[in-house]
Design a protein around this ligand. Structure first.
Ligand SMILES: [Zn+2]
Length: 464
């Protein structure tokens, strides 16, 4: 018997965990942390309905923490099998999981100091040691390379165009005397016609399909992000201010640098000092350069010319805290890209504290800003924000470039689905808020006439 159980990202966008069971053997696709509202984060503490040690294999679609961040906990709880993913993902989780562990440890330490945890003392969900143990199990595969888990189950990773190493996972399940069935897990679907990474690969066949729906009810802004960036940089440079961009370390930072380099080469912006001030973004940028198998055709051309496409003319990847502080002593216009993307923590807070009161400077929001975050407050036009316990007046301009998302929007999801040559027997919509998932379901039914369901948390379905 072959079954699928939805252990996360059902009715929400985080905590992706999908269990495929084939005659008692267990493959868990994605090991995501629940993130965001407290009610969701508490789910990370609930035991899984199955023991971690009963899972035979894990496969990761990509390295984002809402798809990979629960792995150290599973290893701590007894999982000992191999973890398969692409080579890009294998490298990225090496920097992301230890970082996630440090955040877990800091949270626990903070809870103990403030005394607000019910557990005494508060323990982290996992430690850096657990993350290091998990990394020992990770095995990188090439795109398209068959990974034989057992006589009955074979995996393949297919480029998804979302972040470095991101993939769809195709699981082919063989059975005697019958055609094999293919279960395809979309992970997160990327964008078309973006620089650096390949487009999402067309998929033409699957018997059972899981598709994400983060933006299932929305279309991205159609403004050209590069032109907007040029306008903002030019206006700020004329005022003699700094451009501060809180950005996700993996993906958005590299895209911004790519656009800034092009704008400089095209003479559309002046050559300014550009600093990427986040240790993780610096490491991720090196990995983006290294993993040529992920590069689209324009990146390949630049690679052949040995040009560093992920650096501008006056560019620095800032390492230590001293370098970060020195940035704030430089006078004159400059561009600082720094994490975290929603200004909830990280080094960008120091730059915001310094330049928010400066009317010549501009803060640019480039990613989704969740409710309750500092980034969202700035975006909503608040005139004061609290940083490191101090109220900081907002005199800098605050701009948003809404078209820089790493997720396919409704029309891009539909474009990808329209490549299928025959409808899947069943399509499961996952990884979306209820409104987004329902909107996508209705659209797939009306435009493609497929059999679509939205599974609920812990639902089990037999695949026949
Ligand atoms: Zn993702």
């Amino acid at each position: 018997m072959t079954t699928l159980t939805f252990l996360g990202a059902a009715g929400t966008v985080t905590g992706s965990k999908h269990l495929l069971e084939v005659d008692g053997s267990r493959l868990l696709v994605d090991t995501g942390l629940f993130q965001g509202l407290k009610e969701l984060r508490l789910r990370n503490w609930e035991p899984l309905p199955i023991p971690a040690r009963s899972i035979n294999w894990i496969a990761l679609t990509h390295a984002h923490i809402d798809h990979s961040g629960y792995l150290p906990r599973l290893v701590r709880d007894g999982f000992q099998g191999p973890v398969y993913c692409t080579k890009g993902t294998a490298d990225l989780v090496k920097i992301m999981l230890p970082d996630s562990a440090r955040l877990q440890e800091e949270d626990a330490e903070y809870a103990n100091r403030k005394g607000f945890s019910k557990h005494k003392p508060a323990a982290p969900l996992y430690t850096e040691e657990d993350a290091m143990a998990a990394l020992k199990l990770v095995r990188g595969a090439d795109y398209g390379e068959p990974v034989e888990l057992s006589e009955r189950v074979t995996l393949r990773f297919i480029p998804a165009g979302h972040i470095l190493g991101s993939s769809f996972v195709a699981a082919d399940v063989a059975s005697k005397g019958r055609d094999p069935i293919r279960v395809l897990f979309s992970g997160d679907l990327g964008r078309y016609n973006e620089p650096i990474l390949n487009d999402p690969s067309p998929v033409t066949e699957a018997d059972f399909l899981l598709v994400e729906s983060t933006y299932g009810d929305r279309l991205h802004e159609h403004t050209n992000p590069k032109e907007r960036l040029a306008e903002i940089v030019n206006a700020t440079a004329q005022r003699g201010g700094k451009v501060i961009i809180p950005a996700f370390a993996v993906g958005r930072t590299q895209l911004l640098v790519y656009y800034l380099r092009e704008l400089e080469e095209e003479g559309k912006i002046p050559v300014l000092p550009v600093a990427v001030d986040s240790p993780m973004a610096a490491s991720a940028t090196r990995l983006y350069t290294k993993h040529k198998e992920d590069h689209d055709i324009d990146m390949q051309r630049l690679d052949e010319k040995h040009e560093n496409s992920l650096a501008t003319k006056n560019f620095s990847l800032v390492q230590g805290r001293a370098g970060s502080k020195a940035l704030n002593e430089d006078k004159g216009p400059a561009i600082i890209i720094s994490a975290s993307g929603m200004a909830t923590g990280g080094r960008v807070l120091h730059h915001l504290a310094q330049y928010l009161p400066d009317a010549a400077s501009t803060v640019v929001m480039v990613g989704f800003q969740a409710a309750g975050t500092r980034g969202r407050r700035l975006q909503d036009g608040e005139r004061e924000v609290r940083i490191h316990g101090e109220m900081i007046p907002v005199r800098a301009a605050v701009e948003t470039i809404g078209s820089l998302s790493a997720h396919a929007d409704r029309s891009e999801i539909m474009r990808w689905l329209s490549e299928f040559k025959r409808p899947p027997k069943q399509t499961f919509i996952v990884h979306g808020e209820p409104n987004a998932s329902t909107a996508l379901k209705d659209r797939i039914i009306s435009e493609l006439g497929w059999n679509v369901t939205i599974p609920v948390y812990k639902e089990e379905v037999e695949l026949t």
